[in-house]
Design a protein around this ligand. Sequence first.
Ligand SMILES: C[S@@+](CC[C@H](N)C(=O)[O-])C[C@H]1O[C@@H](n2cnc3c(N)ncnc32)[C@H](O)[C@@H]1O
Length: 361
Amino acid sequence: MSHTIRRTGDPARQEEFAGRMVRVLNDSCLGYLCSLGHRTRLFDVMARLPPSTSEEIAGAAGLHERYVREWLGGVTVGGIVVYDPADRTYRLPPEHAASLCRDAGPDNLASFLQDLALIGLVEDEVVTAFRDGGGVPYSSYPRFQELQAEETARVYDAALVDAIIPLVPGLPERLASDAGLDVLDVGTGQGHAVNLLARAFPAGRFTGVDMSRSGIAAARDEAERLGLPNARFEVADAAGVTGGYDLVTAFDVIHDLARPAETLAAVAGALRDDGVFLMGDIAASSRLEENLGLPLGPALYTFSVFYCMTVSLGEGGAGLGTVWGRQTALRMLAEAGFGEVAVREVEGDILNVYYVARKGS
Ligand SMILES: C[S@@+](CC[C@H](N)C(=O)[O-])C[C@H]1O[C@@H](n2cnc3c(N)ncnc32)[C@H](O)[C@@H]1O
């Protein structure tokens, strides 16, 4: 059979694609080595060291040299680290460190690569779901809350107060006013966004809800650590929120939900008439053909198959998926009662767009 395919295909294109698949294999493996480099802090350590031997690097990182040497071999042949055979030293060029180290903040892509191991844990369950339907429960992703918080905290630290909140005209001033605002964050995870806002705007009253007990426990711990009496957190289903809020936020949440339409309607109901819903979600189109050039396109669909779509389907939910896209988001916001929606972007953020939604007329 494979001989038939070889004879009928264009040999040059076949050769080219085979080369591409070799690169896929190698780059996928490098992803795991980058995840290890992040978790062991080897990238951070190497960024501060001059060209060093594996013994010196292992010593500085407090790790076993044999493992470090094998890892160095992989990241050297993978073009991440530069090796000098004359003195058996390795160095991490600063241009590479800029995408690999904790200091890089939101530009640290090694941190993102920790997700590979997380999704690998559920591959068997995902294969079963392809065959039998259904999905995968949240409980199958043990490090999810921790990794999600690590990834998004870097973005919030860099941009929440200074770039994301100002996407809503007049919002920084209203938040900073003596009266403050009533603010709700749905699907808050470990609550870092809420705690940052509570610290920046002490007159406001901030609430975060999430159905993850471990997420809410971590959020409460951080609020206590930072001494924030104006931040509170509850374990709750976002589809059941009520109240009278001036601002509701949802960051990277709605497409994961089992009941996104009900949640958007509940958010609309929980907002005061002049309130604003600020929804951060993935920058993509609802039309596949318009996503071909997305810089993180394959990563987004992969996260969807292994997590976002699949946890929703695991609860018998809508399974919107990570790449539900702008058109579907706008339609669902309109159906939930948001008559005015502006779509805004933060400069330098290739992953997200922000929907500024009001009930309007
Ligand atoms: C991708 S995470 C985003 C977390 C956080 N907003 C952030 O930016 O890091 C989605 C969150 O939605 C939460 N979630 C999922 N379904 C929910 C529901 N029905 N009600 C409340 N939270 C929910 C998950 O527990 C998870 O913390």
